[in-house]
Design a binder for this molecule. Structure first.
Ligand SMILES: NC(=O)c1ccc[n+]([C@@H]2O[C@H](COP(=O)([O-])OP(=O)(O)OC[C@H]3O[C@@H](n4cnc5c(N)ncnc54)[C@H](OP(=O)(O)O)[C@@H]3O)[C@@H](O)[C@H]2O)c1
Length: 235
């Protein structure tokens, strides 16, 4: 049995991850997704793993099952993340630790396993989703902002470690995304404050995000790695 190329997306039970999974399925791709909760997608080309990305054993199990099914990730989108909606002084240590475990350590674990497979097959694309919160230093999400800055730094270092392969690692900094959990968790004043800082304040549609990811994933972008691209006109 030959390998089947797939798009691996973390955090596909809802929000943007769910929209991305549906979009790639509609485009005819095989998609592997994961979340702590059950799958919300039923499709013959979709495989779901109920895992916590911050668990080394659970991430290893997902990759082992992918290898058994001969599913080889051509593209990894690190989307799973936890939000923070409290000032640092009101943020409990346990929820802060959980956020770092998912947003940074979890992405590291998934990248590590994906890169092993990609290096064996000498090809792969990784896109890490970060946020305009980083350059805006948005209030009420200090550790989230730091986790996303760390994710970009992780991607940059992984890009260096993958330089001798046709493997690229890039970051995509999203502004507010229409109909997603993190945008919905903000009140109107927080959304207005954020939009006031953007040259392009309109909410993002999934199609725009897919187009940017597909650019990074394209063969013609093989020499673009370790980069960070922001929506919204921030830098
Ligand atoms: N929405 C926006 O406006 C916006 C703006 C900038 C950046 N972003 C970025 O875009 C991405 C998606 O955001 P979103 O608004 O779609 O988020 P969301 O609606 O909160 O969805 C997050 C997804 O991640 C999964 N997840 C959370 N913890 C997990 C864990 N430990 N293991 C596995 N899966 C886990 C969740 O499923 P379970 O709860 O079932 O595990 C869910 O499927 C995030 O990286 C976010 O930082 C979003």
């Amino acid at each position: 049995m030959t390998n089947t190329a797939c798009v691996l997306i973390t955090g596909t039970s809802k929000g943007l991850g769910l929209a991305l999974a549906r979009s790639y399925l509609n485009a005819g791709e095989h998609v592997v997704g994961c979340s702590r909760g059950a799958s919300t997608i039923t499709h013959e080309r979709y495989q779901h793993h109920e895992i916590d990305v911050s668990s080394e054993a659970q991430v290893a199990r997902m990759f082992s099952q992918m290898r058994e099914a001969k599913l080889l990730p051509r593209l990894l989108i690190n989307n799973a993340a936890l939000a923070q909606t409290s000032l640092a002084t009101f943020t409990k240590a346990q929820s802060a630790q959980e956020l770092l475990n998912v947003n940074l350590f979890g992405a590291f674990l998934v990248c590590k396993e994906a890169i092993r497979l990609m290096q064996r097959h000498r090809f792969g694309r990784i896109v890490n989703l970060t946020s305009i919160n980083v350059p805006l230093a948005s209030v009420g999400s200090s550790l989230y902002n730091a986790s996303k800055a760390g994710l970009d730094a992780l991607g940059h270092s992984l890009a260096v470690e993958c330089k001798d392969y046709d493997i690229t690692v890039n970051s995509l900094g999203l502004s507010l995304v229409a109909q997603t959990g993190m945008a919905d968790s903000l009140d109107e004043s927080a959304i207005a404050a954020k939009r006031a800082h953007l040259l392009k304040p309109k909410l993002l549609e999934t199609t725009e995000i897919v187009a940017a990811i597909n650019f990074f994933a394209s063969a013609d972008a093989r020499n673009i790695t370790g980069q960070l691209l922001y929506f919204g006109g921030v830098r």
